[in-house]
Design a protein around this ligand. Sequence first.
Ligand code: ZN
Length: 578
Amino acid sequence: MRTLTRMMRRMLTPSLVAVLAGCSGGPATTAPPPSPEAMLPEAARSELTRLEASVARFAPTDLTADLSGLSAGDRTALRHLVQAAQVMDALFLEQVWAGNETRLYDLVRDDSTLGRARLHAFLINKGPWSRLDHNEPFLDGVPAKPPSANFYPADATREEIERWIAGLPSAEQTRATGFFTTIRRGPDGALASVPYSVEYQGTLALAAAHLRQAAAATGDPTLKTFLDARATAFTTNDYYDSDVKWMELTSTIEPTIGPYEVYEDEWFNYKAAFEAFITVKDQAESAQLQRFAGALQAIEDHLPIDPALRNPKLGAMAPIAVVNTVFSAGDGNRGVQTAAFNLPNDERVIREKGSKRVMLKNNQRAKFDTVLVPISRIALSAADQAQVDFEAFFTHILMHELMHGLGPHDIRVGGRATTVRQELKETYSAIEEAKADISGLFALQYLVDQGQLDRSFERTMYTTFLASAFRSIRFGINEAHGRGQAMQVNYLLDRGAFRVGPDGTFSVDAARVRDAVTALTREIMTLQAEGGYDRARAMIETLGVVRPEVKAVIDRLSGVPVDIEPRFVTAQALLLDR
Ligand code: ZN
């Protein structure tokens, strides 16, 4: 009944999908209409100034991908995939807040300068709250961002949901806490789980139709199989089979589309938000990375820790895809852009098929050019600026991901079998992120020494890492990556591996950095192997801070964009080319 009402309402209002498709890559690319701002009332003028400053932190950047290797059929498939992804934008908006749809219609109709600025901020943040500013609302009359999003009834409390779930029989409990249901209240006030396939029925049918058309158009059997399976999942609400098919993709077109990450459900992290990354694989680059796969055991065998703590037999490595983004949407395109992801999240699929790492190379290139290089011009000495290099940036991000899998995980403390995660408790994330970073440098140096990486990395990787540290610390040290980076920078400063010049700029001491990186790798991994919670806390307290010399640099970065706002120029051209 509820669904029927919803669908009737859809017919009365313009389709959210169509409205969003009209906005895709929109307002940022068009110049604001010539409207005399001086004539705006004072309050409107100051709101406009605020919105423009807020949005300016995201630098509009063209994202392109090379489609020259695609057959005509695959181009058609890709076009349908972009259209299916636009549907994810609409679904995500609806998931974030029940009021988003109405707000968006109002904003789209307002073509004043101020209206355009509000719409622009709304589209970047996927709602009326600034994600870079602790979700502060930027539109009038908007409540605080609901931590329950639109996954639970607006009038429910967290305690009520918890109590209700605790009282359910086991099978219903699984449904209520599952990725793919919303919790709704019936007319009698009773709570119930509603499958996404019912809750979002009409909109998902639209997405499924595009997936099926894409499946019909492509000549690649693995892509066809995945797309048909995912279209079926949208109607059956069972994503398992299509997740497996996603792991088996070997096509050049590499689409990720559906409900995945659970961060938007700030109450319980149960509910998956819709997103899409429509990408094409860089086959040569992906193949090249397999070289790293072959080297991982050797790296583990040479870790600078007690040989007894090394893992004599690493498990199979997760597949890695290096891709270029053609279009991203929903949870995959809000606020700060994703540089890499690791999916699926379904433990069943991970146990049977593992998970896949996807590196979004053109996103990383754009972040490098737009954010990292300008940061390096402020943060680093003139000589060091010249050594900031994209290949070093990209390869270190990849090595960071791989190093999460190396080093101690399952450990013994006082004869008891346990894990690093359990023993380190709330210190785990910052320590583990620092481990992946610093041992990533250690591993790259090892590969240089073995002749598997070009010697030039030795000059570029440490300097690029230093510039990148400022980028992370700038996001704040309340978050694991930023805290971990602060720890490393301070440790390397204390060892003389990083130095601060009289003008406040930072540089790398090439003679010392290598040993300092090895020493920190040893210190962190040994602490992890011993489950040293107290030492981890002490380390975070003394090193996980923003020191004055670092703060002085961060303060000077205010004119540098925080991230990019992607303009999907390849997708736009593709949609016009019929
Ligand atoms: Zn990490």
